[in-house]
Design a binder for this molecule. Structure first.
Ligand code: 5AD
Ligand code: SF4
Length: 465
């Protein structure tokens, strides 16, 4: 069995750099390609992978064909995400055939599951290593072992939090993801996260505060605090105090955070939200289902009435708050009546937008073994009905912005590819498209909203600010 080299991470980085120097003498710069699937936590993890690649002397590869090291950071939240990652890895087979020195590593949530690691080991023999999220800090050891052709390695069941102190190469100057905690203790019955990311571990508040100060000093304007359940952050302070401490940092920036759990929204957090200067007026509060029976089977620890009381308190703290949510459609045992309860909650709360998902059975979770799995045609039909209803509500919510002037942080050229169009976010996180210029990226502008769809606002920059 192949063993990890007996080196510290720092020694491994130095050893890889020495090997790279030899390669450079032959006139070729080694390059790494990092591909990310999934959520913002994965984006943040990939920035750490990129930081480690930079430390090991890898330049940035524009495509997998151009790379000497490919890292695929996978997601496991739904089956579709895993199949997409596996088919991508499958496409790398021919690249490895053309370049036997290419190193391919697969990491992220999918590789924290023994059955997927087994599959990668046996059906993807050109994959050099896998490392689950907790093992990410070991990347230099794995790359060193692969460069030395010591054999394939599959790191599973790593313990502890190896993620503090890793170098980070942020992909955008004006935006920073800052993980404040890792893992989850909630064990919602459908969810794979507690199994693949382990138990909750909160970072030291001092480390978070100095990271946020340093990204602000480097020009970040849009800072998102990340955790599976940020409300249960706890170190020498709780989440509300952490947010208040971060909000006190001087500068022109917006502080965002996700995700919150409805059972853990404290009165102290509400009062911080009401008085904060930098915290965005947005709350992402996953409801998952509007049926009390289904919420119980989901192990969510709240009911409809509690959820509505949190919404009321959030709106009291800030009547302008943008509310968004996650909904799962077709959970095992969901009847037409249960689904009608979910639609009724959408009507009652009137979220600004909703991320809706068709339930996907995850191996090893309690819900996967529940009876009365809902047939996929029924799931799809309900999903469409939910989209249609929320589409109307989102349109109405967005139309309320018509004629208003809002502050927008410009992010990037619009994805629709139209010449001169850029997209950005309001303080509350709403997507806005406007005519702008590349020099505005990372700047706050005033934008007058002139039209709206369920998904975005369109407006004109108000000059002279
Ligand atoms: N099937 C469908 N959606 C899921 N989510 C989590 N697990 C599953 C699953 N097995 C959704 C939840 C969560 C969001 C990130 O993904 O709505 O809030
Ligand atoms: Fe998954 Fe529930 Fe934890 Fe969110 S709170 S990551 S849905 S187990």
């Amino acid at each position: 069995m192949t063993r990890l080299p007996q080196l510290t991470e720092q020694e491994a980085i130095a050893a890889v750099c020495r090997l790279q120097e030899k390669r450079r003498e032959t006139g070729k710069e080694p390059k790494a390609f990092v591909l990310t699937f999934g959520c913002q936590q994965n984006e943040a993890d990939s920035e750490k992978l990129r930081g480690l690649c930079d430390a090991m002397g890898y330049g940035v590869a524009a495509s997998p064909e151009d790379a000497d090291l490919i890292l695929v950071n996978t997601c496991a939240i739904r089956e579709h995400a895993e199949l997409k990652a596996l088919s991508t890895v499958g496409r790398y087979k021919h690249i490895k055939e053309g370049n036997p020195n290419l190193i391919i590593g697969v990491c992220g949530c999918m590789t924290a599951q023994a059955h997927r690691v087994d599959e990668l080991k046996h059906r993807y023999p050109y994959v050099d290593f896998t490392m689950e999220p907790a093992a990410m800090g070991k990347l230099p050891l794995l790359v060193y072992a692969a460069l030395e052709k010591r054999g394939r390695l599959f790191l599973l069941e790593e313990t502890g939090d190896a993620l503090e102190g890793l170098p980070i190469t942020r992909s955008e100057k004006h935006r920073a993801w800052v993980s404040i905690m890792y893992g989850c203790n909630n064990f919602c019955s459908y969810c794979i996260v507690p199994y693949v990311r382990g138990r909750e571990r909160s970072r030291e508040s001092s480390a978070i505060i100095s990271e946020v100060k340093s990204v602000i000093a480097d020009g970040a304007k849009d800072i998102t605090l990340l955790g599976q359940n940020v409300n249960s952050y706890r170190s020498d302070m709780d989440f509300a105090d952490l947010l208040a401490a971060l909000d006190a940092i001087e500068g022109e920036y917006v502080l965002r955070f996700m995700t919150s759990h409805p059972k853990d929204v404290s009165p102290r957090l509400l009062s911080v939200l009401a008085s904060a200067k930098h915290v965005e007026p947005h709350f992402h509060l996953p409801l998952q289902s509007g049926s009390d029976g289904i919420l119980k089977k989901m192990n969510r620890h709240y009911d409809k009435a509690h959820y509505l009381s949190v919404v009321k308190a959030l709106r009291k703290a800030n009547p302008e708050v943008v509310l968004t949510s996650d909904i799962i459609v077709g959970f095992p045992g969901e009847t037409e009546e249960d689904f009608a309860d979910t639609l009724a909650m959408l009507e009652e709360v009137r979220f600004d937008s909703v991320f809706s998902f068709i339930y996907s059975a995850r191996k090893g979770t309690p819900a996967a073994a529940m009876e009365a799995q809902v047939p996929s045609e029924v799931q799809s039909a309900r999903f469409e009905r939910l989209l249609a209803l929320q589409g109307e509500i989102s349109r109405e919510k967005n139309e309320a912005y018509l004629g208003k002037t809002v502050r927008v942080l410009v992010d990037s050229p619009s994805k629709n590819g139209k010449e001169g169009m850029y997209s950005g976010r309001t303080d509350g996180g709403k997507l806005v498209h406007m005519q702008a210029a590349a020099s505005y990226i990372g700047r706050f502008l005033s934008v007058r909203i002139e039209s709206a769809t369920p998904f975005a606002l369109m407006g004109t920059v108000v000059p002279n600010q």
